[in-house]
Structures are given as structure tokens and as C-alpha cells.
Write a protein that binds this ligand. Structure first.
Ligand SMILES: Cc1cc2nc3c(=O)[nH]c(=O)nc-3n(C[C@H](O)[C@H](O)[C@H](O)COP(=O)(O)OP(=O)(O)OC[C@H]3O[C@@H](n4cnc5c(N)ncnc54)[C@H](O)[C@@H]3O)c2cc1C
Length: 426
């Protein structure tokens, strides 16, 4: 009897979990290999754009995401003068568009629960750290450790989805793999009701100061407590010293207050309360560019394939689009029970290559305007953005770009093409 191919996914993040569901829906056996011993509620808020929401609709999970997340209608970026440098609303791209702020843990929880519905097709290996892959003509050997013991198993195909710091992506495909010189501190606090709760609020002063307040919805174990995420951008070498004593704490609040008093007054209430001392997480970012995303029996998706700075808010959304594209590519490459891998990667690259290149290019162009020591960067940004927002064409293009649906400078994907369900889910 010919059996259908068995895929291994390395990493149970957004990319790995979403793709596992889409392959299981095609009756394909999947094994998820994850380094962590359990999927803990770690991380802070991230913004699901219309592109990511289209994938959730395709997965049949949009209602669950809307129930737990927070609807976001747009992004406003304020200068110290009070003027809005950015005033981008999803409706400028399409009347029905919106985003959803969601905790990373909630996002993974929704995807994990769906995976559990396919228990006959999806196998989990937790506490499994994969260190090496060896591809032969008819299988891929996966080597590492599981529960501290050595692990060695063969699969028909392997998808590397182990995040920005992946050491597994094939070296010969790597064009760029470097750390960003700037990162951010993040914390989660009770929902900010002092500012519009449907807006991602950002605050900028030149290219050196940037703060964000993102509606984040709820976490599954505390569904009544609505949350916001606060982030504060810093050069990487300063991340460990942030708010290290009470003096630095009040200096920081003063810095915010001098520029944005209402935000500082709210921060003082939620962050200065000793009984709910929030924990600040550190986020470091990488820039990863690959020449291809798959060949033969090995593919790379999510941050492992195209990590970039969070400036455009696309990380989880690009991982979800990867999942959708891989689902489509596998479906198109299936010949009875075998897979035509050449066709699979051809279809996958058609869906993902130009869109990914577009966002990586833009991210590289824009990030220094928000996070750098360049004296001219902030001024150039403030001048050019003010000019751009006066022109309706650019306003709309900006909103489509933020929506995550651009596939090139002059082209875009359609929400409904991504959202539509395949006819044959199991
Ligand atoms: C702990 C954590 C917290 C995060 N918090 C935020 C946040 O607050 N806001 C935000 O915007 N983005 C956050 N991110 C990044 C965000 O999840 C990704 O940008 C996006 O969702 C794309 O996901 P991904 O599946 O490609 O990678 P990731 O979400 O990074 O998932 C990769 C997975 O691979 C696993 N892994 C790594 N190495 C191995 C290995 N050798 N063998 C087996 N498994 C391995 C990791 O444990 C992880 O579960 C976080 C990522 C992680 C891992």
C-alpha cells in the first residue's frame, strides 16, 4: 500500500502550528518537534493584520481570534508636538479591513487547540531540540535530543520553523543573517482606557525615542482581564539596564511625560503600582534573507526564513501567509499519494517570494528612520511622511502595505483568495 508523505515540523510557533493544521486537513501525517517542554504563555502582544486574519478565516479560526483578541482599526503615531506623523486606518485600504491585537500565547493557544483536533494525524514531540538534518534522495534524517537523550528519526519531508535564531536553515541559502542594533523592552498591563482602545498608539521623537501601546485582548486563563502591551525601543546594549533602579524608573517616566503627558500619567498608574510590578521582557531582532525557501524535501518558513524588525508589524502575519502558501503548494503538488517536490517549491515561491522581498526591502528602508543614531533620520521621516499623507494614493498604499497584502511595489494579494476554504478539509 502506498502511504501519504509524513512531514516533520521543527518548531511549534505560529508558522509550524498553522501549517501542521493545513497539512493535517489534507490527510497528511505531521510530527511537530519542539524544543520547549510545554507551550508556555510567553511573549507579549502582536498585531494580526488583515493578511494574517485571512489565514485564520481559511483555517476556520477567525471567530476564536476575534473573541480573544482586541479589534484594532488603525495606527496613530504622535510626535512630541502632539501632531500625528502616522494616521493610517485599515479602512483606507478596504472598508471591511481591521487588525487584531493579540497575545502571542493566545495566538499559539488557538492554533494548538485546533492541532489537537487532528490527533490521529498530528504527533507531538516536546522537549526535543533538533540540531541537524541530513537529506538523502528519499527521506530526511532529523537528529538532536529528546528529553536529554539522543534523537534520530527519518521523515519524507522536513519544514524548518524554528524562529529567527534558527541554526538549521541551509547555509548555502543564507544571504543575510545578522542581529539588529536596536531592540525593545515589552510589558503587559491592564488595558489602557485613557487612549482609544481600537488604535495602536505609537510615539516618536526623532529616530531615538519610540514607544507603543497595543491593545492585546485577553489570555485564555484570564478571559475577563483585557490587556495592553507597552513597548519601549532601545539600542541593544542598553536593554539590560532599562529601569534597573527606582531613579531610572522616575527618569524614564519624566522623559515620557515631557513629551506625551496623558500616556505618562497612565503609565505611572499601571507601571508604578508596586503591587503589580510588571515584568519587562527583552526583544532582540534579526534580519534574515534567504535566496530560496525550499528545495527537495526541506523547506524553511516563518521567522527562520525571513526574520525582520517589527517596524511593519508583519512577523506573525508573514508566518501565517507562509502556512497558507505551503498548504496550497502541497495540494497542487500531490500526485495520488506521492508529492512532486519540484512543483511544490515552484508553487510556494510563486506565492511567497515577491511579497516577502517587498516587506524585507521596506523594513530595511524604514527601520533606521525609527531606530537609529543617525541625526538626520528622524527629520527626514517627519518631512516625507507629512508630505505623503496629503496624497490620497500614498495614504491608501500605506494602509494596504500595513494590511500585509502587498505582493510587490505595484501588486497585491486579495483577502478573499486567501480566506476561502479548500473543499476537502478532513
Ligand atoms: C518565546 C517567544 C516569545 C515571542 N514574543 C513575541 C512578542 O511578544 N511579540 C511579537 O511580535 N513576536 C514575538 N515572538 C515572535 C513571533 O512569535 C514570531 O515573529 C512570529 O509569530 C513567527 O513565528 P515563527 O513560528 O516563525 O517563530 P517562533 O514564534 O519564534 O517559534 C519558533 C519555535 O521553534 C522552537 N525552536 C527553536 N529552536 C528549536 C530547535 N532547535 N528544535 C526544536 N524547536 C525549536 C521555539 O521554541 C519556538 O517555539 C516571540 C517568539 C518566541 C519564540
Amino acid at each position: 500500500m502506498i502511504k501519504s508523505p509524513h512531514f516533520a515540523f521543527i518548531g511549534a510557533g505560529t508558522a509550524g502550528l498553522a501549517t501542521a493544521i493545513l497539512l493535517a486537513q489534507q490527510n497528511i501525517q505531521v510530527t511537530i518537534l519542539e524544543k520547549a517542554s510545554e507551550l508556555k504563555p510567553v511573549g507579549a502582544g502582536l498585531l494580526l493584520q488583515p493578511s494574517g486574519l485571512a489565514v485564520f478565516e481559511h483555517l476556520g479560526l477567525l471567530d476564536e481570534v476575534l473573541r480573544l483578541g482586541a479589534k484594532v482599526t488603525g495606527l496613530q503615531g504622535q510626535l512630541p508636538s502632539g501632531n500625528l506623523l502616522v494616521n493610517s486606518h485599515y479602512q483606507q485600504a478596504h472598508p471591511d479591513f481591521y487588525g487584531v491585537g493579540i497575545h502571542r500565547a493566545t495566538l499559539c493557544h488557538v492554533l494548538e487547540n485546533k492541532c489537537r483536533e487532528y490527533s490521529k494525524l498530528i504527533t507531538w514531540y516536546m522537549n526535543t531540540d533538533i540540531q541537524k538534518l541530513e537529506e538523502t534522495s528519499n527521506q530526511v534524517q532529523v537528529l538532536g535530543t529528546k528529553d536529554g537523550e539522543s534523537f534520530d528519526q527519518a521523515f519524507d519531508a522536513v519544514i524548518i520553523a524554528n524562529g529567527a535564531r534558527s541554526l538549521l536553515r541551509p547555509k548555502k541559502w543564507v544571504k543575510v543573517d545578522q542581529a539588529y542594533p536596536w531592540g525593545a523592552k515589552w510589558t503587559i498591563v491592564p488595558e489602557c482606557l485613557e487612549l482609544d482602545t481600537e488604535i495602536l498608539h505609537q510615539f516618536y521623537d526623532r529616530s531615538k525615542i519610540m514607544m507603543g501601546i497595543l491593545p492585546t485582548g485577553t489570555v485564555p486563563h484570564e478571559p475577563k482581564q483585557r490587556l495592553s502591551s507597552v513597548f519601549w525601543s532601545l539600542p541593544s546594549h542598553q536593554l539590560n539596564n532599562f529601569l534597573h533602579n527606582s531613579q531610572s524608573h522616575s527618569d524614564w517616566l519624566n522623559e515620557v511625560s515631557k513629551r506625551w503627558k496623558p500616556a505618562a500619567d497612565w503609565l505611572e498608574q499601571v507601571i508604578a503600582k508596586p503591587e503589580q510590578k510588571p515584568q519587562w521582557l527583552t526583544a532582540n531582532y534579526r534580519d534574515v534573507v534567504l535566496s530560496k525557501f525550499g528545495e527537495g524535501r526541506i523547506g524553511v518558513i516563518g521567522d527562520a526564513a525571513h526574520a525582520m524588525s517589527p517596524q511593519l508589524g508583519q512577523g506573525a502575519n508573514m508566518a501565517l501567509l507562509d502556512a497558507w502558501a505551503l498548504g496550497q503548494a502541497v495540494q497542487s503538488a500531490r500526485k495520488n499519494e506521492s508529492l512532486d517536490y519540484v512543483q511544490l517549491w515552484q508553487t510556494y515561491h510563486q506565492h511567497r517570494k515577491s511579497s516577502t522581498a517587498f516587506y524585507q526591502f521596506l523594513s530595511r528602508l524604514l527601520t533606521p528612520l525609527y531606530q537609529s543614531d543617525l541625526w538626520w533620520a528622524g527629520g527626514l521621516r517627519d518631512l516625507s511622511f507629512a508630505w505623503m499623507y496629503r496624497i490620497p494614493y500614498f495614504r491608501k498604499e500605506m494602509a494596504i502595505t500595513v494590511s500585509g497584502l502587498k505582493s510587490g511595489m505595484l501588486s497585491q494579494m486579495k483577502y478573499e483568495d486567501i480566506a476561502k476554504r479548500n473543499n476537502n478539509p478532513v
